[in-house]
Every structure is written in structure tokens, then in C-alpha cells.
Design a protein around this ligand. Structure first.
Ligand SMILES: CC(C)(COP(=O)(O)OP(=O)(O)OC[C@H]1O[C@@H](n2cnc3c(N)ncnc32)[C@H](O)[C@@H]1OP(=O)(O)O)[C@@H](O)C(=O)NCCC(=O)NCCSC(=O)C[C@H](O)C(=O)O
Length: 610
């Protein structure tokens, strides 16, 4: 359900953003189109209409009707693209396909069907828009006593003929929209397929080609339905002077008395407008719809106070996971598995993962081998090449940003192949990578940025969730002699923590390998929590309670956070005073983190009690 809601929100916002871009890119030429359609004899052509309007009404005249046009376009595209998603899923279900794998014709049919719903918002808003755009001509030709505002147009219509008057021209709108959007979406998908390089995805053709495909979609639509649009505009604009004849009679009247040319009056500005307007529409839609970060910033990250490594080849340890009260477990193919056991670990994890994840209340992730090991691709193919696949991926030994980009891109290709044949795409894969070397530490900022950028690509299925400090390997890399206070690692811990928090990521502290020394573990865990780490790696179940208790804010802190967020919700100001202190957004975010952990712990207690 959450996925459907996210999908709805994403497509609704993407369609709204696309509609806004479409209006501002093309409104002047749309105004010229409506004027030429309804008063073809007043102007000699597009340029004359554009020039006269600019001269007599100024730039404002060309943007007349922008408010209803915005309402029309934003509401139309929001409804259109939400309905499109539903129609695509319906056609995918009927044809037993993946909705992202429909043919051009099937996509076109989905577009045509979705226009039935969008027409219900288009008709009233477009009626007001057209009247506003032709307002000066209606006034100068005596069809209106005085110019009106959009509100005045709506009020006079409702007063004269009731609310249903807002749906004058609805039949003509359906007659125009359904075939129109068939050709619109056929033209878009056909052009995108044409522009897709061999071996690439049509979602990856880039901004310019997407814009060109969007413009071509608009061209297909207008060439197919322009005469219908002329009649619709006539009916809607002229109905200000009283009830007009229906679609068919108006069509025959125009054809007989003004000639066929009148049915294409205004086509030129429409064709010119369609490339900037629909190009902007589709670029905005595509790049908003598929920016996973855009959606996942709203999804709450799992709390990972303790992250327990479980060697993937050790069935006894793996089958213990469902009985453990731990926040996060990671089935390991890397450091916890000897070289001669790598294949066994990989295959055992692939075999057991789904069952263990289903039975466990904790998050169950997997750790592959390092990109530099030469084993990572095989790990990804075996572990993520089938659905369902793990929801969390730990990537060790990231030394530079190319490696994290390679991991994200390879993972996306593997996953998209796995879900294509008829499966619903599962949730996002949360990636946590490890910094375990001097090079990795110095290049961490670039690695984080590269990972976020790669996960923001169209149809990416993963997001960067956090960074782990691999202290054992780090010490080996730098030749460090360990001390019990770990003062030699303070710089690395602070740099990893600071960089992770700068990008809103979780930071998971170093492992404490002496798993029988509970006091030392407690001290280091509390130190890490106070530094700002969000969790700690562990290697043994005996470490779970000590670490998770250390990463719980004390009761006063929780009380403070709850009251602060309550005060913030009431005040809704940027900065305000709370308990004598200045409170601004960073403090609010800190309070939210504390409450997030508090809620997680309560949920965990409730699950354990059941
Ligand atoms: C360290 C161990 C090898 C010790 O194992 P064992 O001798 O079996 O311990 P116990 O006899 O005390 O075990 C008691 C029960 O607990 C289960 N157990 C033990 N460890 C785990 C575990 N990790 N996950 C799940 N269950 C575990 C035992 O099976 C016993 O259960 P039962 O039979 O029912 O009584 C062992 O703890 C272990 O292998 N730990 C993981 C080591 C590991 O993964 N290391 C790599 C990760 S650390 C890292 O990567 C560091 C980082 O990269 C860096 O650079 O810093």
C-alpha cells in the first residue's frame, strides 16, 4: 500500500511539475492559437496576431489566461499521469506484462483511456482559459459588455446557466482528447524507442532527446485533432453570447461558411509551441518521477543501532537470526568468509535469504565482496538477480568514487533485468558502503556524491543510506598499532561521521572485536553515540544489548525532543525559543532523529510482546 501511495504522490507531483513547465514554455503561442481559431478573420496570420496582441495588450496580453491555463495544465497533467499509471498497470495486467514493458500501441491506448479522466478537469478550466485569451476580441466584437476576470467569467457562467455550464464542450473535449492522447503517447514512445541507442534503455536517452520526443508527441496530437480543437474553442468562447450549437452542427457550419482552411486556423503557432511546451512537460515529468531520492527522502530509514555480521556460509549462525533482538543483520560474503568458502556463502545466502527475512523482525542485509576483489559482480548477480532480493546492501572497501558508481549502475542493470518479466518492482535497495583505507577516507566526499548521483538516475532502484567505518582494515592499510582508547582512529571517525551527516546519511561506527569484553564495548559504544554515530558494527549476539542500549537517547533527551517537536508544530517558525534556547532547523532534525529511534524501540518492544 505504501508503494502505491508513493507511486501516486510521485506521479501526481511529477505531472503537476510537468504541467507548470508546459504553461510557462508555451502560453504566448497558445493565446495566439485560440485567437486565430475563434476570430480567423481578425488577423492575417500568426505573426500578425502575435504582433498586434503584443502592441495592443503588451506581454501580459500574450500571457492572458495563464492562471486558468496553469490550473488547467497542472490539474490535467496531474490527473492524466496518475490515470496513465493506473491504465498502464491495468493493460499490463490484462496482457500479463511488466507495465514498463508495454508496446507503443499499448502505451498509446493507456494514454487515450487516461484522457477520459483528465477531460473532466480540462473542460471547465480550458473554457475559462479560452475566454480569457479571446477576451479583447469578445469585447471589441460586442459579444461582451465589459472585460472580465477569470473569477468573473466563472461567476457569470454559473449565474446564467448553473454549474453544468462549466462543462460546455465536454463532448468535444472527449472527442478531441481520446484520439489526441492516443497519438500523443504513441508519438512519444515511438520517438523515444527510435532515439534509444542499441543496448540502452529508452529512459536513459537524456534531456534533449526526451524533450524532442515530447515535442513530437505534441505534433502527432495536434495534426490528428486540430479541427476538433477549433470547434471546441469556438463553442467554449462563443457560448459567452449564449448556448451554441453542438459539435457536429458547429463543425458543418464552419466548414460550409468559412471553408476547410478555417478548421486549421491557428495550427502554425500550435506546432511551433508544441516543442517547447511538451518538451518541457516530459523532461520535467520524467526527471521528477524517477528521482528516487525525491521520493525516498520521505521514507523513514531503518534504525541501525547495532549491525550484526553473520557469515553467510555458516547455516547455524544464519538460522539464529530470527531469534535475535537486533536492529540489523548482514549476511556476509566478505571478511567473515574464508576465500575457499565464497561460492558457498553466496549460494547459501541466495537460498536462505527470503526465508530468514520473512521470519525476522530485524532488517536483513547482505555484504558482497569489494569491487576491487573481482568477486562483486558475481555476488550481485547471484544475490540480486531474482525477485525478491535483499533490501539492504553493504559494499566494503570503497577506495574511490568510480567504484560506488560502478556498483550502483551494475546493481540497477541486474535488478531491472530481474524485475522485467512480469514482476512488480520491490522496494528500493538501501546501500551502505564502507570506508576502510586512507584513499577511501580522503575520497569519501566524492564517493558519497557519486553514489547519490548514480542512485538519482532514471529508474534507479537503490539509494545511499549510510557509511560504515571499517577500522580493522583501515589500521592494516595505515600500519596503525591499536590502543584500547582508539585515540589513533579519532580523526578517521570524525571525518567519516562529519561527511556522512553532511549528506544526511547514517554513520555506523567501528567494530569492537573483543566480544567478551562488555565494559570496553559499552564505553566505546557510548563514546560513538555521543560523537554522533547512529550505530555500531558487531560480530557476536552477546554484543547486541550493550550496543543498542548505548545508542538510546536518555529519557530526558527523549522528553526534550518530543516537547520540542510539539512546540515546533505549533509555532511552525524558522527559528524560535524553546526552554530558553534558540531553536532552528538543525536542532529540529536532531530531535526528529531522537524521536525516530524512540518510535523504533517502542515498535520493537511491541513486536517482542506479541
Ligand atoms: C567470533 C565468532 C567466530 C565466534 O563464534 P562462536 O565460537 O560460535 O561463538 P559462540 O560459541 O560464543 O556462539 C554462541 C552462539 O552465538 C552464535 N553466534 C556467534 N556469532 C554469531 C553471529 N555473528 N551471528 C549469529 N549467531 C552467532 C553461535 O552460533 C552460537 O549459537 P548456538 O549454536 O545457537 O549456541 C563468531 O561470533 C563470528 O563468526 N562472528 C562474525 C565474525 C565476522 O563476521 N567478522 C567479519 C565482520 S567484522 C568486519 O568486517 C570488520 C570491518 O570490515 C573492519 O574492517 O573493521
Amino acid at each position: 500500500m505504501a508503494e502505491i501511495f508513493k507511486e501516486f504522490i510521485t506521479t501526481f507531483l511529477a505531472g503537476s511539475a510537468g504541467g507548470t513547465a508546459c504553461v510557462y514554455a508555451g502560453q504566448p503561442l497558445d493565446t495566439v492559437k485560440v485567437k486565430l481559431q475563434t476570430f480567423p478573420n481578425v488577423y492575417s496570420g500568426t505573426f500578425d496576431c502575435f504582433k498586434t496582441t503584443l502592441k495592443t495588450e503588451g506581454l501580459r496580453g500574450l500571457y492572458k489566461g495563464s492562471v486558468p491555463a496553469l490550473v488547467c495544465n497542472v490539474s490535467e497533467n496531474a490527473v492524466l499521469f496518475v490515470a496513465l499509471g493506473c491504465m498502464k498497470n491495468m493493460i499490463a495486467y490484462i496482457t500479463n506484462k511488466q507495465s514498463s514493458n508495454l508496446s507503443n500501441i499499448e502505451n498509446a491506448c493507456a494514454g487515450s483511456l487516461s484522457s477520459i479522466f483528465s477531460s473532466l478537469v480540462v473542460c471547465p478550466t480550458e473554457l475559462v482559459k479560452c475566454r480569457m485569451q479571446a477576451m479583447s476580441e469578445l469585447y471589441t466584437t460586442g459579444k461582451l459588455e465589459k472585460p472580465m476576470s477569470p473569477y468573473g467569467v466563472v461567476r457569470s457562467m454559473i449565474k446564467a446557466e448553473g454549474v453544468l455550464s462549466l462543462f460546455n464542450g465536454l463532448t468535444s473535449t472527449w472527442v478531441r482528447e481520446m484520439p489526441g492522447y492516443f497519438f500523443f503517447f504513441y508519438g512519444y514512445e515511438f520517438t523515444r524507442n527510435l532515439l534509444t541507442a542499441k543496448g540502452k534503455e529508452k529512459d536513459d536517452i537524456g534531456v534533449v532527446k526526451t524533450a524532442f520526443a515530447g515535442g513530437t508527441a505534441g505534433l502527432c496530437l495536434w495534426v490528428a485533432i486540430f479541427p476538433i480543437d477549433v470547434i471546441k474553442s469556438r463553442i467554449q468562447v462563443m457560448s459567452v453570447a449564449g448556448k451554441q450549437e453542438g459539435f457536429r452542427k458547429t463543425l458543418f457550419h464552419v466548414a460550409r461558411h468559412e471553408g476547410i482552411r478555417a478548421l486549421y486556423s491557428g495550427l502554425l503557432p500550435t506546432v511551433i509551441r508544441t516543442y517547447p511546451a511538451n518538451g518541457a512537460l516530459f523532461v520535467t515529468y520524467e526527471y521528477t518521477k524517477d528521482t528516487k531520492q525525491f521520493v525516498n527522502q520521505f521514507s523513514r530509514r531503518p534504525v541501525r543501532r547495532a549491525l550484526l555480521y553473520v557469515p553467510g556460509h555458516d547455516v547455524r549462525k544464519v538460522t539464529k537470526i530470527p531469534s535475535l533482538q537486533v536492529d540489523c543483520t548482514v549476511l556476509d560474503c566478505e571478511d567473515g568468509v574464508a576465500l575457499d568458502k565464497k561460492d558457498e556463502a553466496r549460494s547459501k545466502i541466495a537460498e536462505m535469504y527470503d526465508d530468514i527475512a520473512q521470519k525476522s523482525s530485524c532488517e536483513v542485509g547482505v555484504r558482497i565482496n569489494a569491487p576491487s576483489s573481482g568477486l562483486a559482480k558475481n555476488d550481485l548477480e547471484v544475490l540480486f538477480g531474482k525477485v525478491p532480493y535483499p533490501s539492504c546492501l553493504v559494499v566494503p572497501k570503497i577506495d574511490d568514487h568510480h567504484e560506488i558508481t560502478w556498483i550502483c549502475d551494475t546493481l540497477r542493470d541486474i535488478v531491472l533485468n530481474a524485475i522485467l518479466p512480469k514482476q512488480v518492482p520491490p522496494n528500493v535497495i538501501r546501500i551502505i558502503f564502507q570506508i576502510e583505507s586512507a584513499r577511501g577516507l580522503l575520497g569519501m566526499k566524492e564517493s558519497v556524491e557519486a553514489g547519490i548521483a548514480s542512485c538519482a538516475k532514471i529508474r534507479c532502484t537503490s539509494q545511499i543510506d549510510g557509511v560504515i567505518f571499517g577500522s580493522d582494515d583501515f589500521c592494516a592499510d595505515l600500519g596503525i598499532s591499536r590502543t584500547s582508547e582508539a585515540i589513533e582512529l579519532m580523526y578517521a571517525r570524525q571525518k567519516i561521521l562529519t561527511t556522512a551527516k553532511a549528506y544526511g546519511l547514517q554513520a555506523i561506527d567501528m567494530v569492537y572485536i573483543d566480544y567478551k569484553d562488555t565494559d570496553g564495548l559499552r564505553r566505546q559504544s557510548i563514546e560513538g553515540f555521543k560523537m554522533g554515530f547512529t550505530g555500531k558494527q558487531i560480530i557476536h549476539p552477546h554484543q547486541i544489548q550493550t550496543v543498542q542500549d548505548a545508542f538510546i537517547p536518555d529519557s530526558q533527551k527523549i522528553e526534550w525532543a518530543l516537547e520540542l517537536l510539539k512546540a515546533y508544530d505549533e509555532s511552525r517558525k524558522g527559528a524560535f525559543t524553546f526552554q530558553g534556547q534558540m531553536i532552528d532547523l538543525p536542532t529540529i532534525l536532531q530531535a526528529r532523529n531522537i524521536v525516530n529511534i524512540y518510535k523504533h524501540i517502542n515498535e520493537q518492544k511491541k513486536t517482542n510482546a506479541e
